[in-house]
Unconditional design. Structure first.
Length: 372
């Protein structure tokens, strides 16, 4: 019996398209990507995200870290390219981040879709225990061959804290090694180092990572040898003359516009009088007889006059007046005009007032007796 063929036009092309569509849908849906990350992590530690995928090699995938406490905020993003082994990993730096809830997510990748087995989102809680550490040694130290690490851990009594010291180039200098804590949770460790630089010291206890502190070790400052810069002092010119309280010595000093240091010889308690650059009379008697009197004046560009005499009436002798920075120093025999109206006061004591009154009274009594 002869079989009848289907007369429905185009049935075979339709069936072929349906089969192809189903096959293609299955192939597209076969692509998957899965990521893994720790659920809790101490702030400061690296957040490592590992992943696997069935995507074709050469496809680029973004891995994004968001903060997701109240609003979603992108913190960082890394792009990886799928390799032949279909495995990948990225590392996010958590230093400086605040504690709280974060998420790591793979955004949509173009036209690729995933099966239900794909894992494109992981929630991570960042915890912060750095406030449990108190560092008592200086965070900045001077290089002497060792790094002083001293401090305390809150509530870590009669136990131990694990310390690890790493240099700036990630070379482990010390540890990780447990250091004993005292009744107050204090610890102390001296770590040998060979050069100045920055060192990161991490702390861990039985509950896990606590935190990291950065120490800076500076080069020991070089010892400076003081150098004395020779200075040429202006020459001191001098002149000498006899002086007493009754007959002072007078000197004429030629000054420029700079400072002039004027001083007397020692041995007698001398007094210096002079008119300064403003024309005001000055008297100097600050020293005794062990040291000469001394005064520094501002030159006027003219001749300035000085009077020198002993403080005690009974003293007399030769006085030398020297001047540094002066043009000349000379003895003048006449009294300069500046001192003409101010003669040196004699230091003899006047008669007591009571004695004078008594003398007048005696004269009066004698006159009265004679009249009688």
């Amino acid at each position: 019996m002869e079989r009848k063929q289907s007369r429905i036009p185009g049935i075979r092309p339709i069936i072929f398209l349906l089969i192809a569509s189903v096959c293609l849908t299955g192939l597209v849906s076969a692509y998957e990507i899965s990521i893994s990350a720790p659920t809790r992590l101490q702030v400061g530690l690296p957040l490592v995200v590992n992943g696997t995928s069935t995507l074709p090699a050469g496809i680029s995938v973004d891995i994004v870290l968001y903060r997701s406490d109240y609003t979603t905020e992108e913190i960082a993003r890394h792009t990886v390219t799928i390799q032949g082994d279909k495995e990948f990993n990225v590392v996010f730096d958590t230093k400086g981040l605040q504690k709280g809830q974060y998420k790591v997510e793979v955004p949509e990748i173009g036209s690729y879709s995933y099966l239900g087995g794909s894992t494109t989102l992981r929630v991570v809680e960042l915890i912060d225990r750095t406030d449990e550490i108190t560092i008592r040694s200086d965070l900045t130290q001077v290089f002497d061959g060792s790094l002083e690490v001293e401090g305390s851990i809150k509530d870590l009594i009669n136990s131990g804290v694990q310390i690890e010291v790493v240099s700036l180039d990630n070379k482990v200098i010390f540890g990780p090694e447990y250091v004993t804590t005292s009744m107050e949770g204090k610890f102390s460790q001296k770590v040998a180092i060979t050069e100045p630089g920055q060192y990161e010291v991490s702390f861990t206890d039985s509950k896990g990572y606590i935190g990291t502190k950065t120490f800076t070790v500076k080069e020991k400052p070089a010892t400076l040898i003081p150098t004395t810069i020779p200075t040429t002092a202006p020459p001191a010119l001098a002149a000498a003359a006899s002086a007493s309280a009754e007959k002072p010595a007078y000197f004429a000093v030629a000054t420029g516009t700079g400072q002039v240091r004027v001083f007397t010889s020692p041995g007698i308690d001398w007094v210096i009088e002079y008119g300064d650059e403003r024309g005001v009379m000055q008297k100097v008697n600050d020293k005794g007889k062990i040291e000469g009197e001394e005064v520094t004046i501002q030159g006027t560009g003219d001749i300035m006059y000085f009077k020198v005499y002993p403080y005690r009436m009974a003293d007399k002798g030769e006085v030398t007046l020297s001047a540094e920075g002066a043009g000349s120093v000379e003895v003048t025999s006449s009294v300069p005009a500046v001192f003409a109206e101010t003669p040196t006061p004699t230091q003899s004591s006047p008669l007591p007032v009571a004695l004078v009154i008594a003398a007048f009274a005696a004269v009066g009594i004698l006159a009265f007796i004679r009249r009688r």
